[in-house]
Design a protein around this ligand. Structure first.
Ligand code: BMA
Length: 383
């Protein structure tokens, strides 16, 4: 028999033990919870709420599938051009599937030259309207920038050395700052109901290739990084743009390339991207996508960053069932936030099917697959 005194002592001891176990349990739950909600730090500590929401949306998308995107989707397509008839907003993707893509790509090339239309003849005023419309519909906007060469003023593909000339101390610095102010003015004009539209900005892409003045043998990695960082400082700090998420997107890796060779640093990049095209060799293409995007995924996971298949496609899509049999199987379980195919210019140069195209039925099938997220799916996703 336990004496009264002993009974209380034992009970107390048990109570203390229970409390201790309980607090340890609660503490561990709490710290697990904290770990689960660690938010990635954005390039812009003062990013607008809409921009933070967009970033969260990209994370949510990647847990449910991937958003489907198309460059210049509403600007023009096969047999139509928005600027000829701005009364209805068209899209080859919508004509084929009955829905718009979830991601709308645009390009700012030539804004730096103070032109009224871009390098692919999209008037900037029309582009602004289409960006506002896409945002209003619930779509995601991504903007690339095929800037002219600042030294020669030739195109993006003009390989005259230019990066050392435009970074701080370079003889064309003033011009570059003027160019950036034109980019910034356009971005600042992208507003809906008085609020800045959040934009995924993807400048100086495919820098590991030598076809643009900002990459490969035309530019040192060190100078590239300086250019990127200075560009972020100009847009964010000088022009006070707080509606941008920045994407770093190299092209398909050659055997000697490393993904991070030109990487401007975790503090300067929000999203890791990758551009890979199918040059009529499905097997090679699939191999590269599997190999390279596994690298992107690994690095992005380690860095706690969102990642995307920032450009892809097969020009004129002659391979049968390309979307369901070539593209889908290699990206369905990747965890990318979006995949974007390039523009529909004409019958030779287009990356989405149009009415009457051989892959029209395949694309409709692709839309119905479990992981593809088009505009309506995106609007039905809960954050
Ligand atoms: C390329 C081609 C070009 C175009 C450029 C920028 O891939 O589509 O015709 O000018 O992109 O959009």
């Amino acid at each position: 028999m336990i004496k009264r005194q002993e009974f209380y002592t034992n009970n107390n001891f048990q109570n203390i033990l229970t409390l201790l176990i309980l607090s340890l349990f609660l503490y561990s739950c709490d710290s697990n919870k904290k770990e689960a909600v660690v938010k990635p730090i954005l390039v812009d500590k003062n990013a607008s709420n809409k921009t933070i929401e967009l970033h969260t949306k990209l994370e949510t998308i990647s847990k449910n599938g991937f958003a489907v995107g198309h460059q210049d989707d509403t600007s023009y397509g096969l047999g139509w051009n928005y600027k000829d008839d701005p009364t209805t907003i068209k899209s080859d993707v919508e004509k084929v599937t009955g829905d718009f893509p979830a991601v709308f790509g645009f390009d700012l090339g030539w804004i730096e030259m103070d032109k009224s239309y871009n390098l692919d003849t999209v008037p900037f005023n029309a582009m602004r309207d289409l960006i506002i419309d896409a945002h209003k519909k619930g779509g995601i906007i991504t903007i690339s920038w095929h800037a002219n060469n600042p030294v020669s003023e030739g195109s993006s593909w003009d390989q005259t050395i230019a990066v050392p000339n435009i970074i701080k101390g370079g003889d064309q610095r003033e011009k570059y700052e003027l160019w950036i102010s034109r980019v910034a003015n356009f971005i600042a004009s992208l507003k809906y109901e008085g609020e800045a539209i959040p934009i995924i900005f993807r400048p100086f892409h495919e820098m590991n290739g030598s076809w643009f003045w900002w990459g490969g043998k035309n530019c040192d990695a060190k100078d590239y990084i300086t250019l990127w960082r200075e560009t972020v400082h100009l847009l964010r700090d000088t022009h006070n743009l707080h509606n941008l998420l920045y994407v770093y997107s190299p092209n398909k890796l050659n055997p000697s390339d490393t993904y991070l060779e030109y990487y401007p640093g975790d503090e300067y990049v929000d999203i890791l991207g990758m551009d890979i095209y199918d040059f009529n060799n499905a097997e090679d293409y699939q191999k590269s996508v599997i190999h390279d995007l596994a690298i992107v995924r690994e690095i992005a996971t380690e860095k706690n960053k969102v990642y995307a298949f920032s450009e892809t496609g097969l020009e004129s899509i002659k391979t049968e069932n390309w979307f369901t049999e070539v593209l889908y199987p290699v990206i369905e379980n990747l965890g990318i936030s979006w995949v974007l195919t390039w523009r529909n210019y004409d019958k030779k140069h287009h990356y989405m099917p149009y009415n009457g195209h051989i892959n029209e039925a395949d694309f409709i099938k692709f839309k119905k697959l479990p992981k593809t997220i088009f505009l309506k799916d995106l609007n039905n996703l809960n954050n």
